[in-house]
Design a protein around this ligand. Structure first.
Ligand SMILES: Nc1ncnc2c1ncn2[C@@H]1O[C@H](COP(=O)(O)OP(=O)(O)OP(=O)(O)O)[C@@H](O)[C@H]1O
Length: 262
């Protein structure tokens, strides 16, 4: 269970996230929606402590995540993997090595540090990485440079890399915002698969309401840093959508920029 208690992050006078309290049982797939600037990214980034909360608490299975430091914090970041809109792969390295990077923080000791610096991996680790690539239909691309892949393929490599961390949670910050509809679908299906088959909790920030409805059993809407809706897709009525976005859903679709082909 992931629990956020009165979580707040201020940037100067402004609260990007303002007193958010949520309980997310292990294994849920949660879509976080809301207008640009509502606080979705800040919320997600606080969960794995890329952004420090100003106040409030994050608990995971009773552990106070907000108090973790040093090695314990690195351990949390391993259990709580994150993927981003821009994939964040090392472009000049091959796909397999990019996936293996997900193993680096599993290594204790000074020799491991040296091996990490040299990007040396065991046969077992390489087999794990190949399995992960195969699972997302990318085995054939294993030895290609990351920058030769399409955006949809790169995002699946990022998911494979995240899976090598053997996480319990996957945080996805606008993972399909740079993808065309077909690639977006493949990436959302990959997220659904790790949620269902591996039992990972998936928290995903999404711009498109329809995508959130289709893939997420629970939707959380944010407005000016606060949670203004939390429920199943069915409960997201047109009136609620209009209250969240300030315009009816049809108008919202019209003003959403079409993602470029990737
Ligand atoms: N590092 C920062 N410094 C100052 N202000 C910030 C910082 N990060 C976010 N903010 C502000 O906090 C508010 C919430 O931003 P956040 O990126 O979390 O929203 P969002 O809902 O994810 O938006 P988007 O969909 O555009 O990514 C915004 O007003 C933003 O300008």
């Amino acid at each position: 269970m992931l629990e956020l208690k009165n979580l707040t992050r201020r940037f100067g006078e402004r609260a990007a996230v303002d007193g958010v309290t949520l309980a997310i049982p292990q294994g849920q797939m949660v879509g976080i929606i809301g207008r640009s600037g509502a606080g979705k990214s800040t919320l997600l980034r606080m969960v794995n402590r890329l952004t420090e909360p100003t106040s409030g608490q994050i608990l995971h299975d009773g552990t106070d995540v907000t108090a973790l430091r040093g090695r314990a914090l690195r351990g949390w970041r391993t259990r709580c993997a994150m993927i981003f809109q821009q994939f964040n792969l090392i472009q000049r390295l091959d796909v397999l090595t990019n996936v293996l990077v997900g193993r680096l923080n599993h290594r204790p000791g000074p020799l491991a540090t040296l091996n990490s610096l040299l990007l040396r991996f065991s046969a077992e680790e390489r087999a794990m990485a190949l399995d992960a690539l195969d699972r997302f239909d990318l085995a054939e691309q294993a030895l290609q440079r990351a920058d030769t892949l399409s955006g949809g393929q790169q995002q699946r490599v990022a998911i494979a890399r995240a899976m090598l961390q053997e996480p319990r949670l996957l945080l996805a910050d606008e993972p399909i915002a740079s993808l065309d509809p077909r690639n977006a679908r493949v990436v959302m299906e990959a997220l659904r698969d790790v949620n269902r088959r591996d039992g990972l909790t998936v928290l995903v920030n999404l711009h498109h309401l329809d995508t959130a409805r289709r893939y997420c059993g629970r939707i959380i809407a944010m407005q000016a840093g606060r949670v203004v809706f939390d429920g199943p897709p069915d409960a997201l009525t047109p009136e609620r959508v209009e209250a969240i976005y300030g315009v009816p859903e049809e108008a919202l679709e019209a003003e959403t920029p079409q993602p470029s082909a990737a």
